[in-house]
Design a protein. Structure first.
Length: 250
């Protein structure tokens, strides 16, 4: 079985933020990811990670997309200054929290200018922080209408042009199924570029096992491929308590 991590921005959300770390550890997770850790001092998050023996897999670069504003600026022409200050900010958090990965969000944009922009911006970030691994993730257009990276093949084309070893693809079975209909086919096609995996069922982004994706087969393919990163549960449990949604892990 792959190594599973809990995205505690969505899992254990029935608990206050600092209590989710213990709940994840008690449920058997050895690592967590946090979408936007910026509302709380990094030292508080660090203490909670250490107290519960948890690795931090991933954080997103700011700005938080739950405010209704731009979900990132990487592909937004004219937003380069803001992009660079957001990257500097996430790197300050990364210094304290040591996440394995930073997910950089593209923002609302379209067209050739936006693609040129995301290529330049990610090359800048990759060269500015050569020891940090960054990811790009396509988000499906139902959940994020207008988001630039809305297709896995578009993301692969951008990664070809960015051409940096520390920028890779974040595969999410929920978005892959929403966008392309078959999450396993996306995994099979793009496996060589994938540096991080997230899982959930479409269309309601609930726990694995509630759509037609054959998760045991996907987990077997992940194991067979030699992927040695984390597989993060990033879903909204269909159950009142997160623990009751974790049958897919066992
Ligand atoms: O929406 C997703 O799937 C993500 O992983 C993003 O990081 C959301 O911010
Ligand atoms: Mg995701």
């Amino acid at each position: 079985m792959p190594r599973f991590a809990a995205n505690i921005s969505l899992l254990f959300a029935e608990l206050p933020y600092l209590d989710r770390f213990r709940a994840a550890a008690d449920a058997g997770f050895k690592a967590v990811e946090i979408l936007f850790p910026y509302d709380i001092a990094a030292k508080e998050t660090r203490r909670a990670l250490m107290a519960n023996g948890l690795d931090l897999v991933l954080i997103n670069a700011p700005p938080p997309n739950y405010t209704g504003g731009q979900p990132g600026y990487a592909a937004v022409p004219g937003g380069e200054g803001r992009f660079q200050s957001d990257i500097r900010r996430v790197l300050r958090y990364a210094e304290a929290l040591k996440p394995g990965l930073i997910h950089v969000m593209a923002g609302y944009a379209s067209g050739a200018d936006a693609q040129d922009c995301i290529v330049r911006n990610l090359q800048w970030a990759a060269d500015f922080a050569p020891h940090q691994q960054f990811t790009l993730e396509p988000l499906n257009p139902v959940s994020q209408p207008g988001y630039f990276l809305n297709d896995y093949d578009l993301a692969a084309a951008c990664l070809d042009r960015i051409d940096r070893p520390n920028v890779g693809l974040q595969f999410d079975s929920f978005h892959a199924r929403m966008i392309h209909g078959d999450a396993q086919a996306v995994w099979d096609r793009l496996r060589d570029r994938i540096v991080h995996i997230q899982i959930g069922s479409a269309p309601d982004r609930s726990e694995p096992g509630r759509d037609e994706t054959d998760f045991p087969a996907l987990f077997a393919a992940i194991d067979d491929s030699g992927y040695d990163g984390w597989v993060s549960a990033e879903y909204t449990p269909s159950t009142r308590r997160t623990e009751a949604s974790l049958h897919w892990m066992r």
